[in-house]
Each structure stands twice: as structure tokens, then as C-alpha cells.
Design a protein around this ligand. Structure first.
Ligand code: CAA
Length: 707
């Protein structure tokens, strides 16, 4: 018998109500991701009420389009939640006397999974994913997720999902008892069939709140471990306390109350502001108004020049995203070594299940071509050079590329500092030249700076952003200057650190203070990892144009002169033992620093960790404001994403300029002016910072005006 469709009427702008026999069907229609905004919540509540009033026996909830609910509407955060709130809505769904079924496809995330957990039965298509990613937004699941998930899946599974925020696939969810069934088909059809079957077999309502409290464990030890693992990010550890309440509270309602308190604590925190800023900024960063409607050039085959760590990393990333790569090296021997590096990288991808054995075979034998002659690059759509960082070398490479590459090919330099305009000028096609600054290891690091030179054509910029997307990178537009966005700012905060060392701090105290702030590594650990010779080469290059007022320490050069380049030589600011992670302070370093102080006639003083952090961050913010003010970065958020994805800046602080907004710009400017009394050359306040303070505006205002 064909189902009788009795009524179709929209309950709200975002939920459609249908009645099919005994089943009321609530269909979410809130593209793109069916976020649970006010209209959706109202529609769901009204739909449940109507189903009950009209005598339906079951309710089916599913999402139209690409997904079930992907979570609460993040844009509503920070405003009072209008009724019905998500926790009340979930309670209402769960309390319904009807059988409520959720049918999931796409991503059932956050509030979405919480709505599903409030339903009495859950079915999903095999490709569906589910998770509680709230900790990544600086909050915790606040609509019963911390209370219901451990009841259905057990405390360990719930803790793993809630404290990491990582989603799981339908098969695992079935295995853990989070869903009841997997079926192939459209969410509507499989959901209707399941609801009918439940009615026919007389299945009972099954509210999770009535299930027994989950098993407890040693929460205090886990709490400390989580705080440490997440470098001060509060949301995972706080979410654990909410799960603890599920185990230990006197009742389900008492647990919900505790979840609500902890949720509010996080919602009101600066970390939540930082993480939501990161969420929206990482999406906004590659949306450039000038690229709207600009078609990228075709991109199928690329060339990479230089097969060192950087070139091999770029080639690996390109191969993994389906591009054909011709790798050019100067000798057969070097080409073989480059191939070994790429194969090693791809073996890692194979081991982690990112590619199959067949794909590995195809990538290494077909998609990768080795060459030692420039003519092999004649048909490449785009060539990226990753050769030695010296202007004369780059110029030679570009002159050769200009001679062999087909018309319309994009010629890109992976330089970290050098003037892309000057490089472009050696070719007869500067409009095709651009900077593509990858970060090492390039197949792992998420950041790509696209450095747009004076004459770069707009479709070359569009193609570079398309490449970034193919490679799964966070792609940021930068203008030409020494170091572009990231390395220019790094050079400044590193100088600030060096100045503090001359004045009495130690590299180890600075590293400790900055990892305490949440950085993945301190600046001296980073320098050791990157190779101290790189900074040394930059300092030598810039020495002739140095301003005499600049404070230049000599201890970093002395370290290099002795052949200590950091991790790769086993010694830098730290000493590294083979096979051991991390290093121990190099005992030679204090002597070099003391000698430098003596040479300059400086008497060391004590620095507190707070002062170190404040000076370091003020230097970073000030340079970042100059970078935005000069148009090197379009918007403050471009700087924030650069630091987050390329420099280990703690995501929960949102980026240096979000941090500055939260701290208050006036206070930062004031401190910069105080520091300027000791060193007026270094601490010149950025004009943009002064202007924002004078006008009572923030970096966020600039983001809004320019997005
Ligand atoms: N609220 C508002 N907007 C959202 C959103 C949400 N929960 N999730 C995604 N969007 C927006 C994005 O900002 C983007 O907008 P633009 O096109 O304007 O940039 C658009 O939807 C599409 O998103 P993506 O580009 O990210 O699309 P994708 O296909 O790559 O990924 C996704 C889809 C996996 C759902 C991803 O968007 C995502 O992870 N979203 C966040 C999910 C989440 O964290 N949910 C939990 C919310 S918190 C919560 O639910 C709290 C609670 O317990 C009360």
C-alpha cells in the first residue's frame, strides 16, 4: 500500500512537517549545514507538539541537503539564547510519549548529535559521521551530550569523543552503541522504514535519561593530564568534569545542572572568543573579494625544483592531492635522494591509512617524474622552486624557467624572505610570477602564504588559492616585504626575545614562559628545529642595511660560528641526543650571553614570566599591526591565521590580534610607549594601533569592515 501523505505544511522557516500514516516527519531545511538556529529549534519543538496533538505514533527527524544537524548555530554564541534553548528542546524531544527516531547522514555534530541522543532510536547511513566537537570551539556539549553519551556508550568512549572533539564513523558508532542501526539509502527512506518497523514490533520509548548512571573513574588524574596535553586549553578538562557529573551526580537532572554551569563558565571565557574567531577566520581567510568570478588557470601537472626537505614536502603534498609532479634536481644522485625523501613521506601516508598500497604504487611510479634538465618542465602548468635561499640563485632559476616554460605557466618561488618583485623582474612574464611560501614539512604544515607581487595577474592569484585548496592548506594572501606576514613578525618577536636576554633573561626562561602561554614551542626551540644557520644567513644579508640604532646581539652568531646549527648538528640553544625527543640546555650558551653583555656593558636584571610574555606579545602585536597597516596582510584575521597555522600560536587565543583585542588595545599601546623609553627605535608604536586606540575601535572591527 502506498503511504498516505496527509498534510504538508511548514512549521517554521527551517522545519517542514509531514504526516505519513502514523509517522510525523520533521525535515530540517536550513542550508548549508542545518545548524540548530532559533528557527530550527522552534520548528522542532512545534513539530513534536503537533505530532502529539494530531495523534501520530512516531516522529522521524532528518535533515534535507547534505547533512543532519551539524550543530548549534555558532553565530548565535555570545547572545542570550532565545527559547526554546537547545537543552530544553532536547529534554522535550526525549520526554515525548511518541517514539522519536533520528535518521542521520552527513555530519551529526555537537547539538546535532545531542538531538539524536534525545531521540529514542538512531539510524544512520554508512558514510555518516558523528561527534561532539564543542571543545574545539572552547565550550562543551551543553545540551545533555556529556550526560547522555556516557550513558549509551560508556564513560571511556564518551570521554574520548568529548575531550578530543574528534568525530567517529557510523560503523564505530554502531559498535559503541551510539546508534542502533546502519542502513544504505536516503535518510528519509531508511528512517521511515525503521520507524514503521519499531511501531509494528511494539518497540518501547527509550529515553536515555532513564538509563543508569555510567561508571566513574579517576577523574582528577585525567583532569590534570588533559590540561597538560592541551597546553592550557580549558575546554577539554572542563568537559571532563561534566562527564564526571554524569557518573557521580544524584540524578540525571542534577548532572544536567552541572553541565549547564560548566557550559556557561566556558561560554563566558576568553578562550571561547579565541576559538570561535579561529573557526570563522580559517574559513574567511581564503575568501578574497577580488577573486570572485576569476577563473583559475588549468592545474594538473606541476614542477618542483629542488628535492631537499622543502621541495620533497611540496612534491608529496601535490602528489597526495592528485597532481602530477616533475621534480627537477641538478644531478642524478640528488634526484635519487629526492625520490627517497618523497617515497619516505608517502610511506608515512600509507602507514596512517591516508592512501592505499595501490595508490602508493601509482604515485611513486607514475605520478612522480624525476628530471635533471629544465626542458622536462616545458609542459608544467605551474612550477615551484625550492632552491637555496639566495637572490642570485633564484634569479638564475627564474631566467631558465622563463626560457623553457609554456606560455601561461605559473612560475612560483618558495622564498621565505626575498623580494618577489625582484625575482619576477628577471623574466619576460612578471605577471605569471608569484610567491608560494610553504612551511616545512610542507606535506604536514597547514599554512601557505601566497605572496602577490606588483605585476602578478589576478588569475595567477586565483590559481594559487585553488592550489592551496587542493592541497588542504590554510591559504593566506600576503604582500611583498622582507619575510612577508609570518617571518617578518617572527623576526620582530625574536628580536624582542634577544633584547630580553641581553637585559637578563635566559633563552630557557623565555621558552618556558611562551610554552606556558600556550605556544607549541618556545622561540629558541623553534630556532633549533628550523636550523640556526637560516637566521644567521638572514642577519648577514640584512647587516649592510641595519639601522645603527638597532640593538643587535652577537651571541646567536657566535653559536653559529662554532658550527652549532641546532637539531641538525645536535647542538644549538639545546643539546640533542640521538633517539631522544627534545633537548637539554646547552651549557655553552650562558657563557656566550654573558660575554655579549660584558661587551655591551650591560648589567643583567630579573624578568618575571609575566613580563617576558607581555613584552613578547606586545612586540608581536605591534609588528602585526604594521603588517596590516601597510597592506602586507589585508585584514587582522590574515595575520591571526598565519600565526596559528604556521607558528604554533595557541588556537584558543585566536591569534595575536584577537588576543590584543581581548586584552584591550589601549593597554598594549601604553606598554609599548613605556618600553619605548628604554629603546625608542625598537618600540615604535604602529600607526594603525595608535589610530584604533584613538578611535576606540578594534582589530575585529577591521575584520568586519574588510570581509
Ligand atoms: N553554525 C553556523 N555556521 C556553520 C556551522 C555552525 N554550527 N557549521 C558550519 N557553518 C557554516 C560555515 O561557517 C560555512 O559558512 P560560509 O560558507 O559562510 O563560510 C558553511 O557553514 C559551510 O561550512 P564548511 O565550509 O565548514 O563546510 P564543510 O563541508 O567543509 O564542513 C562541517 C561541514 C563538518 C559541518 C563543518 O562546517 C563543521 O565542523 N562545523 C562545525 C560543527 C560544530 O562544531 N558543531 C558544534 C557546534 S557547537 C554546539 O553544538 C554547542 C552545543 O552543544 C549547544
Amino acid at each position: 500500500m502506498a503511504p498516505s501523505l496527509t498534510k504538508e505544511k511548514r512549521m517554521s522557516q527551517a522545519i517542514t512537517y509531514e504526516r505519513i500514516d502514523d509517522i510525523a516527519v520533521l525535515i530540517a531545511q536550513n542550508p548549508p549545514v542545518n545548524a540548530l538556529g532559533l528557527e530550527v529549534r522552534k520548528g522542532l519543538q512545534a513539530g513534536i507538539e503537533r505530532a502529539e496533538a494530531e495523534g501520530a505514533r512516531a516522529v522521524l527527524i532528518y535533515g534535507d541537503g547534505r547533512t543532519y544537524f551539524a550543530g548549534a548555530d555558532i553565530r548565535e554564541f555570545g547572545q542570550p539564547m532565545l527559547a526554546p534553548g537547545l537543552p530544553e528542546l532536547c529534554a522535550r524531544i526525549e520526554a515525548s510519549p511518541l517514539i522519536v527516531v533520528s535518521s542521520m547522514h552527513g555530519t551529526a555534530l555537537g547539538g546535532g548529535l545531542e538531538v539524536a541522543l534525545s531521540s529514542h532510536y538512531r539510524i544512520a547511513v554508512p558514510s555518516a559521521q558523528m561527534g561532539l566537537p564543542e571543545v574545539n570551539l572552547g565550550i562543551l556539549p551543553g545540551a545533555g551530550g556529556t550526560q547522555r553519551l556516557p550513558r549509551v556508550a560508556g564513560t571511556e568512549t564518551a570521554l574520548a569523543m568529548i575531550t578530543t572533539g574528534r568525530p567517529i564513523r557510523a560503523a564505530e558508532a554502531l559498535d559503541k552503541g551510539i546508534i542502533d542501526r546502519i542502513a544504505e539509502g536516503a535518510p528519509r527512506e531508511i528512517g521511515l522504514a525503521y520507524a514503521r518497523e519499531l511501531l509494528e514490533t511494539g518497540a518501547p520509548r527509550r529515553p536515555v535519561c532513564d538509563m543508569p548512571a555510567p561508571q566513574g573513574l579517576d577523574f582528577d588524574t585525567r583532569y590534570d593530564a588533559l590540561l597538560k596535553k592541551n597546553r592550557g586549553q580549558l575546554s577539554p578538562a572542563t568537559a571532563l568534569r561534566a562527564v564526571q557529573a554524569a557518573c557521580e551526580a544524584d540524578s540525571f537532572d542534577a548532572g544536567m545542572l552541572r553541565e549547564g554551569e560548566l557550559f556557561t563558565e566556558l561560554m563566558d571565557s576568553d578562550q571561547r572568543l579565541g576559538m570561535i574567531h579561529a573557526f570563522f577566520s580559517e574559513r574567511a581567510v581564503s575568501k578574497l573579494p577580488e577573486l570572485k568570478g576569476v577563473a583559475p588557470r588549468p592545474l594538473a601537472a606541476i614542477g618542483v625544483i629542488g628535492g631537499g626537505t622543502m621541495g620533497a614536502g611540496i612534491a608529496t603534498a601535490a602528489l597526495l592531492s592528485g597532481l602530477t609532479v616533475t621534480l627537477l634536481e641538478m644531478t642524478e644522485q640528488a634526484a635519487v635522494a629526492a625520490k627517497d625523501r618523497i617515497v619516505g613521506n608517502l610511506q608515512g601516508a600509507l602507514k596512517r591509512g591516508k592512501i592505499s598500497a595501490d595508490q602508493f604504487e601509482a604515485l611513486t611510479t607514475q605520478a612522480l617524474i624525476l628530471a635533471t634538465d629544465y626542458s622536462a618542465l616545458a609542459q608544467a602548468d605551474l612550477v615551484i622552486e625550492a632552491v637555496f635561499e639566495e637572490m642570485s640563485v633564484k634569479k638564475t632559476v627564474f631566467a631558465q624557467l622563463d626560457a623553457v616554460c609554456k606560455p601561461g605557466a605559473i612560475l612560483a618561488t618558495n622564498t621565505s624572505y626575498l623580494d618577489v618583485d625582484e625575482i619576477a623582474a628577471v623574466t619576460k612574464r612578471p605577471e605569471d610570477v608569484i610567491g608560494l611560501h610553504f612551511f616545512s614539512p610542507a606535506h604536514v604544515m597547514k599554512l601557505l602564504e601566497v605572496v602577490v607581487a606588483d605585476k602578478t595577474a589576478i588569475d595567477v592569484v586565483a590559481t594559487s588559492f585553488a592550489l592551496g585548496k587542493m592541497l588542504g592548506k590554510i591559504t593566506v594572501r600576503a604582500g611583498v616585504c622582507d619575510g612577508f606576514i609570518g617571518n617578518r613578525i617572527l623576526a620582530t618577536y625574536r628580536s624582542c626575545a634577544d633584547h630580553m636576554i641581553l637585559d637578563g633573561a635566559s633563552p630557557y626562561q623565555i621558552d618556558k614562559a611562551m610554552t606556558g602561554f600556550g605556544f607549541a614551542m618556545g622561540p629558541f626551540e623553534v630556532a633549533d628545529l628550523a636550523g640556526l644557520d637560516i637566521g644567521w644567513a638572514v642577519r648577514k644579508r640584512l647587516a649592510p642595511t641595519q639601522d645603527p640604532r638597532e640593538r643587535v646581539p652577537s651571541f646567536p652568531d657566535k653559536l653559529c660560528e662554532d658550527g652549532n646549527f641546532g637539531q641538525k648538528t645536535g647542538k644549538g640553544y639545546y643539546v640533542y641526543e640521538a633517539g631522544k625527543r627534545g633537548g637539554t640546555p646547552n651549557p655553552d650558551v650562558p657563557g656566550l650571553i654573558e660575554a655579549n653583555r660584558a661587551e655591551l656593558g650591560l648589567t643583567p636584571r630579573d624578568f618575571s614570566d609575566e613580563e617576558i610574555t607581555r613584552r613578547y606579545m606586545c612586540a608581536m602585536v605591534n609588528e602585526a599591526a604594521k603588517v596590516v597597516g601597510e597592506g602586507i596582510a589585508r585584514r587582522p584575521l590574515d595575520v591571526d591565521m598565519t600565526l596559528l597555522f604556521g607558528y604554533g600560536f595557541p588556537r584558543y587565543r585566536g591569534g595575536p590580534l584577537k588576543w590584543a583585542d581581548i586584552q584591550g588595545l589601549a593597554g598594549i599601546l601604553n606598554d609599548i610607549n613605556v618600553y619605548a623609553k628604554e629603546d625608542a627605535f625598537f618600540w615604535q608604536a604602529a600607526p594603525l594601533l595608535q589610530q584604533l586606540v584613538a578611535e576606540g575601535r578594534s582589530f575585529e572591527d577591521l575584520n568586519r569592515e574588510n570581509s
